[in-house]
Design a binder for this molecule. Structure first.
Ligand code: PGA
Length: 259
């Protein structure tokens, strides 16, 4: 089954207007010929409009992603951003359920499922992050945790909600630590995730993009992209430097299984 991989840069709380201009200019110049891989960047919210202005009219192969969204559609919710606003500004993908939001902003599976639902309601693509902590990994609970994090969406919205959605498997112990999961470790969990969705709908499972995230870099990406159930990457630290991010995109572009 052919799945077009997605390499997405999650800039987190980093950047400035100057950095956005420089990074996007470099990415656009170098990535204009990319064919086998979708590319997206998720700058901080305040730079989305600037990024959009730089991306439109270009080669058209870098999409815009947001790092968060509110569950409420409008009203008295100080500091929040609604799905309609993201859509209006040209965002395609929205990252939800990232472990940093689960940890620092106490987002639980129920809130994340609500975010998934509001995104789907306006045609934005959720990038649902799931993954176990170090302690859960050591206790052999990787699959139990991933299953639980998927279940809330599956139970409230049904498996069809995963049509045109993305899952990012990001083991928490691998995020920002320089210690990526091995390709074999990641593949095992990706296969578990795909098989689990296949129990409910084989077609949805075959098509869904499952990215790997957690210390992906230019050196380990090619091996990760050889795994049959890894469909690209969600990249944090290495997406802040054009050269590093470009190397990861090129590894996806050249990966045998994505041809
Ligand atoms: P990292 O972050 O690549 O810096 O480990 C990945 C992520 O949190 O999405």
């Amino acid at each position: 089954m052919y799945r077009r991989p997605l390499v997405m840069g999650n800039w987190k709380l980093n950047g400035s207007q100057q950095m956005v201009t420089k990074l996007i200019t470099e990415l656009r110049t170098t990535l204009s010929g990319i064919q086998n891989c979708s590319v997206a960047i998720a700058p901080p919210m305040v730079y989305l409009a600037q990024a959009r202005d730089q991306l439109v009219g270009g080669s058209g192969n870098i999409s815009l992603a947001a790092q968060n969204v509110d569950v409420n559609l409008k009203g008295a919710f100080t500091g929040e951003i609604a799905v309609s606003m993201l859509k209006e500004i040209g965002v395609e993908y929205v990252i939800i359920g990232h472990s940093e939001r689960r940890t620092y902003h106490h987002e639980n599976d129920e809130v994340i499922a609500e975010k998934f639902a509001v995104l789907k309601s306006v045609g934005l693509i959720p990038v649902l992050c799931i993954g176990e902590s170090q302690a859960e990994n050591e206790a052999g609970q990787t699959e139990t945790v991933c299953k639980r994090q998927l279940d809330t969406v599956l139970e409230t919205l049904g498996v069809k909600a995963f049509e045109n959605a993305v899952i990012a498997y990001e083991p928490v112990w691998a995020i920002g630590t320089g210690q990526s999961a091995t390709p074999q470790q990641a593949q095992k969990t990706h296969k578990f995730i795909r098989d689990y969705i296949a129990q409910q709908d084989a077609q949805v499972a075959e098509k869904i993009i499952i990215q790997y995230g957690g210390s992906v870099n230019a050196n380990n990406s090619a091996e990760l992209f050889k795994q049959p159930d890894i469909d690209g990457a969600l990249v944090g630290g290495a997406s802040l430097e054009a050269d590093k991010f470009i190397d990861i995109v090129k590894a996806a572009e050249n990966a045998q299984q994505y041809q």
